[in-house]
Design a protein around this ligand. Structure first.
Ligand code: 5GP
Length: 191
């Protein structure tokens, strides 16, 4: 088991509805030492990729992306969830359905901060059905940039997002892949 899997076993809580709660260390209260180890691990796994920007999505991806960015020495851009319908032409827009809130959001990135010169590493906290990632990939494509890699903290391997993204040919690295979890016993099985 790696350091993140060990921490999930220690402090993660399995909730009904295929939700893994990790808010004591990953996405509410944050363990910065853990984020640093994750950043180093992303750097190691993507060391052969030519990356000049990290793209993530608010809110939970931002902290992970920022700490990781210190090991890549690149800026971070995060997609904002927009509730506005009168978006102007200065934005890339994608539609993302939230796994946890079951709502649809438009996510936006300013054209100022992403373009054809960008070689992007996408980072997020969770991968479930892959909707958030597909939105971020679409934004990089609209910008004419290239997705060099995708780094995820926790992939829920029993949902289909990972398979969809890998089948599209992307270099996807998840630090922990949960293959099964049981909300009655609390048991978590990793790949
Ligand atoms: P997807 O778009 O891949 O279905 O879901 C990814 C997004 O949903 C992530 O950005 C994350 O915020 C949220 N998410 C999905 N599954 C879980 C989960 O089990 N626990 C938590 N805390 N967030 C999740």
């Amino acid at each position: 088991m790696n350091f993140l899997e060990e921490r999930i076993i220690k402090d993660g809580v399995v909730k009904p509805g295929n939700v893994l709660k990790v808010d004591s260390f990953l996405n509410h209260q944050i363990d910065i030492d853990l984020y640093q180890k994750m950043g180093q691990e992303f750097k190691e796994r993507f060391k052969n990729e030519n990356i000049n920007k990290i793209l993530t999505i608010e809110a939970s991806g931002i902290g992970i992306a920022c700490v990781a960015a210190q090991y890549f020495n690149v800026p971070v851009v995060f997609a904002k969830k927009s509730h506005s319908i009168n978006l102007d032409g200065d934005m890339y827009v994608a539609e993302v359905e939230s796994f946890t809130h079951k709502t649809k959001n438009q996510v936006i990135v300013s054209k100022k901060f992403l373009g054809p010169e960008d070689h992007v590493l996408i980072i997020d906290d969770f991968l479930a059905n892959g909707c958030a990632l597909q939105g971020l990939i679409s934004i990089v494509q609209q910008a004419g940039g290239s997705v060099e890699g995708i780094g995820i903290a926790i992939e829920k391997g029993f949902q289909n997002g990972g398979q969809i993204i890998r089948n599209l040919g992307y270099h996807l690295e998840s630090l922990a892949i949960v293959d099964a979890m049981d909300d009655e016993t609390g048991e978590i099985t990793f790949r």
